[in-house]
Design a protein around this ligand. Structure first.
Ligand SMILES: *[C@@H]1O[C@H](CO)[C@@H](O)[C@H](O)[C@H]1NC(C)=O
Ligand SMILES: *[C@@H]1O[C@H](CO)[C@@H](O)[C@H](O)[C@H]1NC(C)=O
Ligand SMILES: *[C@@H]1O[C@H](CO)[C@@H](O)[C@H](O)[C@H]1NC(C)=O
Ligand SMILES: *[C@@H]1O[C@H](CO)[C@@H](O)[C@H](O)[C@H]1NC(C)=O
Ligand SMILES: *[C@@H]1O[C@H](CO)[C@@H](O)[C@H](O)[C@H]1NC(C)=O
Ligand SMILES: *[C@@H]1O[C@H](CO)[C@@H](O)[C@H](O)[C@H]1NC(C)=O
Ligand SMILES: *[C@@H]1O[C@H](CO)[C@@H](O)[C@H](O)[C@H]1NC(C)=O
Length: 333
């Protein structure tokens, strides 16, 4: 009987300890100092019971609409904050003041339209994800000078331009994702500080032209995605410095030709590393450089037989590789 009562007391103590140490609808993993609130009916930040030593906090698929500096002050050791798919509309410029160790912030899938100046200045962020929000403008004022960001993802927003001074503040950047926006234009010097860039994704924008020098400083680039834009031509020297490039996608653009020499320095391309499909290639004598490059480097191409002519009429839909020199009016090589 005595033992039984003691057990009950112990159990009660345990239950109250657990409920104190963790917000009611969340899961806490004390040994990893991690808290996860996943797909639960929250409408505001789960302050109650949040352990002070939390270092990773995930609140995802909930209905919270705001998060404040005071909310975060309760967890000053926070290193990672994942706020995936909630309903956040705005952030205060002081939001991160109370989390001086925060290195990763993920705001994917919220309703952010604008962000205030200095919003990311108060924490030593290395990874910042703003994917799938409603941002129309990216502003240099968000980011501190000499930011240590290595990973930036602003894909899936409504950006029509990307200010050069914004990217110039992130000399440590290794991965930049601007895909699925409305970019029409990237200024010539926008990437000139990004000497460590390894991966650049510009897929699915509205780029119709690229400056010849835009990639002159990104010599370590390994992955470059330019699919689904409106590129009609490429400057001859644009890829000249990209000797480390393994993967290049140019599919689904409006290219009818490429200039002689364009691919000459891409010595590191992986097998199937170059995608040129879904472009309106014009199969005449001017296509000689591409034609001969394809013959020699078939293994580097993704689906080489689907690189087809859109004209002239007599060659329409023919695979470029299947053409003969006489069909292209070329002298035998
Ligand atoms: C965090 O604090 C809780 C109790 O307050 C403790 O049980 C846990 O071990 C701590 N975790 C770490 C990683 O320090
Ligand atoms: C969020 O609110 C919507 C209704 O506005 C509701 O259908 C949904 O279940 C809520 N989400 C969660 C995780 O409670
Ligand atoms: C966010 O917007 C709401 C309503 O527009 C406003 O009441 C609130 O103060 C704003 N919060 C911040 C942090 O700016
Ligand atoms: C980036 O890191 C360096 C070296 O650790 C540090 O001196 C600098 O203050 C950091 N920059 C920012 C904006 O925190
Ligand atoms: C592209 O950017 C340049 C300057 O950076 C500007 O003069 C030009 O109007 C822009 N073009 C488009 C189509 O936005
Ligand atoms: C480029 O990559 C090489 C090899 O990975 C590395 O040694 C070098 O430091 C990198 N350059 C920059 C500017 O990051
Ligand atoms: C393409 O073929 C030429 C001639 O064989 C060769 O020199 C070059 O290295 C090849 N390029 C790639 C990327 O393999």
């Amino acid at each position: 009987m005595k033992a039984c009562a003691a057990t009950v007391v112990l159990l009660l103590a345990y239950v109250s300890h657990v409920s104190l140490a963790c917000p009611p609808v969340c899961k806490c993993y004390p040994r990893r100092a991690e808290v996860v609130c996943n797909q639960v009916p929250l409408t505001s930040f789960p302050s109650e019971g949040l352990p002070r030593n939390t270092s990773t906090l995930t609140i995802q698929f909930t209905n919270i609409t705001s998060i404040t500096e005071q909310d975060l002050e309760a967890t000053p050791h926070l290193k990672e904050l994942h706020l995936f798919n909630n309903r956040l509309k705005n952030l205060s410029s002081h939001l991160l003041r109370g989390v001086p160790h925060l290195t990763a912030l993920d705001l994917t899938g919220n309703k952010l339209t604008h962000l205030p100046a200095d919003v990311f200045s108060h924490a030593p962020l290395r990874s910042l994800v703003l994917k799938n929000n409603l941002l129309e403008i990216a502003d240099a004022g968000w980011i501190p000078d000499n930011s240590n960001l290595t990973w930036l993802d602003i894909s899936g927003n409504r950006l029509a331009k990307i200010p050069a001074d914004f990217l110039q503040k992130m000399p440590q950047l290794e991965s930049l994702d601007l895909s699925n926006n409305l970019l029409e234009n990237i200024s010539a010097n926008a990437l000139n500080q990004l000497t460590k860039l390894d991966r650049l994704n510009l897929r699915n924008n509205k780029l119709d032209d690229l400056d010849a020098s835009i990639l002159a400083s990104t010599r370590n680039l390994t992955y470059l995605f330019l699919s689904r834009n409106r590129l009609t031509h490429l400057p001859e020297n644009i890829f000249q410095e990209l000797t480390q490039l393994k993967h290049l996608t140019l599919d689904d653009n409006k290219l009818s030709n490429i200039p002689t020499g364009l691919l000459d320095n891409l010595e590191s391309l992986d097998a199937e590393g170059l995608d040129l499909t879904a472009n309106p290639w014009l199969c005449n004598g001017q296509l000689e450089y591409l034609f001969r490059w394809l013959q020699k480097n078939q293994t580097r191409l993704f689906l080489p037989e689907t690189i087809t002519c859109s004209g002239p009429q007599s060659l329409k839909s023919r695979s470029v590789m299947s053409l003969t020199e006489s069909e292209l009016n070329l002298q035998a090589s």
